[in-house]
Design a protein around this ligand. Sequence first.
Ligand SMILES: Cc1cc2nc3c(=O)[nH]c(=O)nc-3n(C[C@H](O)[C@H](O)[C@H](O)COP(=O)(O)O)c2cc1C
Length: 308
Amino acid sequence: MDHFMREMITSLGGVDQAVCEFIRITDQSTPDAVFYRDCPELKTQSRTASGTPVFVQLLGGDPLRLAEHARSAVRLGAAGVDLNFGCPAKTVNRHDGGATLLLYPERMEKIVRAVRDAVPEHVPVTAKIRLGFSDPATCIESAQAVERGGATWLTVHCRTKIDMYKPPAFWTWIPEIKKHVALPIIANGDIFTPEDLHACAKVTGCTQFMIGRAALIDPFIFRRVRGLEVDPSWDAVLNLVRTFFDRTCEGVSPNFAQARTKQWLRELCKGRHAEAKVLFDEIKVLRDPQRLRATLRQGLAVTGGGRF
Ligand SMILES: Cc1cc2nc3c(=O)[nH]c(=O)nc-3n(C[C@H](O)[C@H](O)[C@H](O)COP(=O)(O)O)c2cc1C
């Protein structure tokens, strides 16, 4: 999720912690501008406007390069550094990054340790894994490697790389991991409703959770899981879509905003409001961002009168 979305979702409340999109570390150097582009919150004490800390996420396979980049991230103000050992994308995996590293726990340990040693003690260094590349039982070794490397906490996406995003997420591996490591574990995978979160808590014994896709499908999910009041109307969601579009227009460009808004509406179609589908069908064919803007405005102006 980009920073416009992070800004908006964290402004709704209920989010303790966010991570920026991954910065892929290759043998090329990474200009500061790339850190600022992917994590503009670096300019505001590494927090969103509503105060949620945002960690810089690094992806790569070379401990020294990752350590250097972690140091740069912290020099620029990162509140924490998160290491990606879970990305299943072929291009990433082919270039020695993401979930392929799950096959080499000793390298994972070296990476975590190099990054840990590179940044001041008070800066958290965290990691995210999948259960394994193809064998979920390797999650124990991976978690132990991350712990030995000195990570502050570990997020576990309860699927293997081969599983991609196929349901279900196998939460039952987390209690197995906890038998072998003392590191705090954050459970992740298939939490779409408060009921899912409670089920996950029961199975895993975790008290901290990462929510991914549901943030886009139901932006109020973080309020819901905390039992905070939520405006159940489509208008409330439509307001967010409009804000997101306008801010992305201002921040990048109308064409970029149009593309991102269409992507987001496609996700909202999976959620609780049938109106999302009606709106998506209407806007998906639009080519002119001004028409998209007008359609979003019109939707807002007349929803009370029953356009949807
Ligand atoms: C479009 C998309 C982008 C993602 N980007 C990242 C990423 O940069 N780093 C990461 O660790 N996981 C990433 N993930 C995985 C999610 O963080 C999460 O582990 C996964 O979606 C399962 O959780 P969920 O069921 O709550 O979505 C991404 C997932 C999706 C669908």
